[in-house]
Design a binder for this molecule. Structure first.
Ligand code: SF4
Length: 377
C-alpha cells in the first residue's frame, strides 16, 4: 500500500509534505495581468505604454530576447527586461521523435529544479503538455514523477513560459505537417495542477487573454487534469472558465484506486465523480476520464463493466492510456487484445471511449521520465 499524500489545509499549500526547496523564481511579466504590468512599469519611472510594448513582444510576437525589442530605447530595454523578463527556463535537453512532430523539452529552473514540457503536432492542431509543479506529491506508484516527490510549486510565469516558448517553436515552422500556431494546452505534465491552484488558474487566464495581455488561446482548448482534489474541482467550477476537466481515475473501485491513486484514501470514487458531474453540469464541458491501462491490475472485464455503469448517461468521455512503464517498474501496459475488450465493453455500456496515441515513447514521453533520467545521469 502506498502512503497517503499529506492533504493541504489550503488549496495552495504543498501536498506531499514540505517541499524540499521552496525558493520561488524572480517576478516576470507573465505573473501579472496587464494592469499589474503597467503599475510596475510606472513604479520603475517608465511610461505605462512600455508594459504594452513588452507584452506585445512576449505574447504577441513570442519574442523573449530583449535584444530583439528594438522599438524600446536600448537603456530602457535592459532595465525593463531585467525587471520583467528574467530568464525562467534554462534548456537542459530538447529531443524530437515522430519525424519532429513530437518534441520534449527538459528545463532547469532558477533553483536547479527540473521540469518537462512536450509539444505534439497534428495536421489540424498543435498541443503542448506543460508542468505545474517541480515533482509531485501525489505518490501514484506507477508514475516516474510521483516517485521523486514534490520539490515546489511553479510560479504562474514558469507555467506560462513553457507554453510561450513552445508556441515560438511552432511559429518557427519547425513542426512539419502541423499548423504554425499553438492552439491547445494540457496541464498533464509534472505535478498535480489543482495542488497549485491559484497559480494554475492565473496561468489559464494569461494563456487565454487576448494579446497583448496573454496568448489568446480558447478556454475550450485548455485541459486541466487532476487526480481528484474534490474541494479544488468544486472551486474550479466557480471560476467561470470553460476549460476541460480531465479526471485521472485509473480504477473504478476504491480498493484498487486507494493503491493506484493514494489521494483516493481521502476522496473516494463516488465523491470525486460527484464533483466531476457537478463540474460538467456547471460548465457544460464533457469530463475526460483518464484511465492508464495496467496489465493484470486494472484491466479486467469486470472493471470495464463497473466503469461503464458509473459513467453511463454522464457527460463524460473515457481516454484509455496505454501505460508507458518507467524503467525498473513492476507495472506494464495491458496487452492489445485486453485493451480492445475493455474499449468494447465501455462502448457497449454507451460510454464514449478512445485510446490515447502513444506519442513520445522513444523519448521517455511519460511525465517525469526525462527528469528522472537526467537526475540519474
Ligand atoms: S500521475 Fe500525475 S498526480 Fe500522480 S504522481 Fe504522477 S504527476 Fe503526480
Amino acid at each position: 500500500m502506498t502512503s497517503l499524500p499529506v492533504i493541504p489545509t489550503s488549496p495552495d499549500a504543498p501536498i506531499g509534505g514540505a517541499a524540499r526547496r521552496a525558493a520561488m523564481p524572480p517576478r516576470h511579466l507573465a505573473d501579472l495581468d496587464l494592469a499589474g504590468r503597467q503599475a510596475l512599469v510606472a513604479e520603475l519611472g517608465e511610461p505605462a505604454f512600455r508594459a504594452k510594448q513588452l507584452s506585445n513582444h512576449y505574447f504577441g510576437r513570442l519574442v523573449r530576447d530583449p535584444e530583439q525589442m528594438t522599438d524600446l530605447p536600448a537603456a530602457t530595454r535592459a532595465r525593463l527586461a531585467e525587471q520583467l523578463l528574467p530568464r525562467l527556463l534554462n534548456p537542459v535537453r530538447e529531443m524530437a521523435c515522430d519525424d519532429g512532430a513530437t518534441r520534449k523539452a527538459l528545463w532547469r529552473l532558477h533553483d536547479g529544479s527540473l521540469v518537462e514540457s512536450v509539444l505534439m503536432g497534428y495536421p489540424d492542431r498543435i498541443t503542448v503538455c506543460i508542468s505545474s509543479q517541480a515533482g509531485c506529491g501525489m505518490a501514484c506508484p506507477f508514475c516516474a514523477t510521483g516517485q521523486a516527490g514534490l520539490t515546489r510549486n511553479l510560479s504562474t510565469a514558469e507555467i506560462v513560459d513553457q507554453a510561450v516558448y513552445l508556441a515560438g517553436v511552432a511559429a518557427s515552422g519547425a513542426v512539419a505537417g502541423a499548423p504554425p500556431r499553438l492552439s491547445h494546452v494540457v496541464f498533464m505534465g509534472m505535478g498535480e495542477p489543482l495542488a497549485n491552484y491559484a497559480r494554475v488558474v492565473a496561468a489559464i487566464r494569461r494563456l487565454c487573454a487576448p494579446a497583448p495581455e496573454g496568448l489568446g488561446l480558447s478556454q475550450r482548448h485548455i485541459t486541466v487534469s487532476t487526480v481528484g482534489l474534490v474541494p479544488a474541482i468544486r472551486r474550479l467550477a466557480d471560476e467561470d472558465l470553460s476549460v476541460t476537466l480531465a479526471l485521472s481515475l485509473h480504477a473504478p473501485d476504491d480498493d484498487l484506486r486507494d493503491e493506484l491513486v493514494p489521494v483516493n484514501q481521502r476522496w473516494k470514487v463516488a465523491e470525486v465523480l460527484d464533483a466531476a458531474w457537478d463540474y460538467a453540469g456547471r460548465t457544460g464541458r464533457r469530463v475526460s476520464i483518464e484511465y492508464a491501462m495496467i496489465r493484470d491490475v486494472n484491466d479486467q472485464p469486470w472493471r470495464a463493466d463497473l466503469l461503464g455503469r458509473l459513467l453511463a448517461g454522464r457527460l463524460a468521455h473515457v481516454n484509455l492510456i496505454p501505460l508507458n512503464p518507467t524503467p525498473g517498474s513492476r507495472w506494464d501496459a495491458s496487452p492489445k487484445p485486453v485493451e480492445r475488450e475493455f474499449v468494447r465493453r465501455l462502448r457497449e455500456a454507451g460510454v464514449s471511449t478512445t485510446v490515447r496515441d502513444t506519442r513520445g515513447r522513444e523519448i521517455d514521453g511519460a511525465c517525469g521520465q526525462l527528469a528522472a533520467a537526467e537526475v540519474a545521469s
